[in-house]
Design a protein around this ligand. Structure first.
Ligand code: NAD
Ligand code: TYD
Length: 331
């Protein structure tokens, strides 16, 4: 299989590329990545020299670039995105451009190239906050921040390409991922970095918002299963079965690092902060997937991985100092 992975130099993308090369000896992978602040060749350390991997630096929004990237490709895993909610609150522009218009370019180019499979990676955030029973794939989408709105737009555009043009699309809706190589703007790596430097941990509001944590390796197994086995036109929820209030996750990070709880500081909440994400994942369970990595062990190992890779974190943070200064000013 010749696979194109958009966003393959980011957090989930780089883990996915490694997973594919490790588990599918017949697969070769082309990565297309713009190398924004979130992406780096470094994230593909250990596989960049693999003859089955080709790395192309480029923008999915550029028509000629994405068309060229589709040449000789059988399957596409589309992960490229502006992935951070907080940044989309400062300005939605990059998210609209990449997540919606860029996805449009990917679907168009895949259609023109008559690609056999397109796996579109959406998110649980498209459903919006959950106040009742966990969402099933048939529930309406109700995104409430600019990031999730652009993802919901792309999710439905993907579906429309299946219905209208017969593009063989599968939609994955994963919950919050954690694991190695996550850019240190997200909760777990960011708080690990700050705690290690004895800096306060800015918890939005009361910290009782609930996220359902999914280890990236479990997620990669699910994505591969869907790419190879799911019927086109379907959407699948993927979660770790670990609904936790943020405070519980934060206390575990602190405990693993042996730091005091006095580092916790409750700060002004994020506008439009979704109180809880929760999904029903029985549909993917029926295809034969369930998460394997236990939450506490997974988080502790991940925190350790960041602590052991401080140089990598330092370089990642240095790529977007302005963002951290702007967003956390007064927080
Ligand atoms: P990330 O921010 O770590 O990586 C995104 C990658 O996309 C980076 O390498 C970046 O350089 C690249 N990119 C951005 N704009 C691009 C463009 N215009 N053209 C080409 N490449 C571009 O994100 P992630 O956490 O790995 O997320 C991957 C996908 O999974 C995204 O679609 C995201 O919405 C989705 N998702 C993530 C999570 C999570 O918890 N991280 C949860 C659910 C869904
Ligand atoms: P994050 O990792 O940014 O993912 P998402 O916003 O996509 O869920 O945040 C996870 C949770 O942690 C979310 O409820 C927001 C909260 N959070 C904080 O309280 N403080 C922070 O500095 C960050 C980055 C996140």
């Amino acid at each position: 299989m010749q696979l194109l992975v958009t966003g393959g130099a980011g957090f989930i993308g780089s883990n996915f590329v490694r997973h594919v090369l490790r588990t599918r000896s017949d697969a070769s992978v082309r990565v297309l990545d713009k190398l924004t602040y979130a992406g780096s060749r470094e994230n593909l350390a250990g596989v960049l020299d693999d003859p089955r991997l080709e790395f192309v630096e480029g923008d999915i929004c550029d028509r000629a670039t994405i068309e060229a990237a589709m040449e000789g490709i059988q399957a596409v895993a589309h992960l490229a995105a502006e992935s951070h909610v907080d940044r989309s609150i400062i300005s939605a522009e990059a998210a609209v451009e990449t997540n919606f218009t860029g996805s449009f370019r990917v679907f168009e180019a895949a259609r023109a190239a008559e690609v056999e499979r397109v796996l579109h990676v959406s998110t649980d955030e498209v459903y919006g906050a959950c106040f009742d029973e966990p969402f099933t794939e048939d529930d309406p989408l109700n995104p409430r921040n600019p990031y999730s709105a652009t993802k919901a737009g792309a999710d439905r555009l993907a579906h429309s390409y299946f219905v209208t043009y017969g593009l063989p699309v599968i939609i994955a809706r994963p919950s919050n991922n954690y694991g190695p190589w996550q850019y240190p703007e997200k909760l777990i790596p960011f708080f690990t970095w700050r705690a290690l430097h004895d800096e306060h941990l800015p918890v939005y509001g009361d910290g009782m918002q609930i996220r359902d944590w999914l280890h990236v390796e479990d997620h990669c197994r699910a994505l591969m299963l869907l790419l190879e086995n799911a019927p086109s036109g379907e959407a699948y929820n993927i979660h770790g079965g670990n609904e936790r209030p943020n405070m519980e996750t934060i206390r575990l990070i602190i405990d693993e690092l042996g730091k005091p709880e006095s580092l916790i500081r409750h700060v002004e909440d994020r506008p439009g902060h979704d109180i809880r994400y929760a999904m029903d994942a029985s549909k993917i369970a029926a295809v034969g997937w369930k998460p394997q990595i236990e939450w506490e062990r997974g988080i502790r190992e991940t925190v350790r991985w960041f602590a052991d890779n401080l140089d990598w974190m330092q370089r990642a943070i240095a790529r977007s100092r302005d963002y951290f200064e702007q967003w956390y000013a007064g927080r």
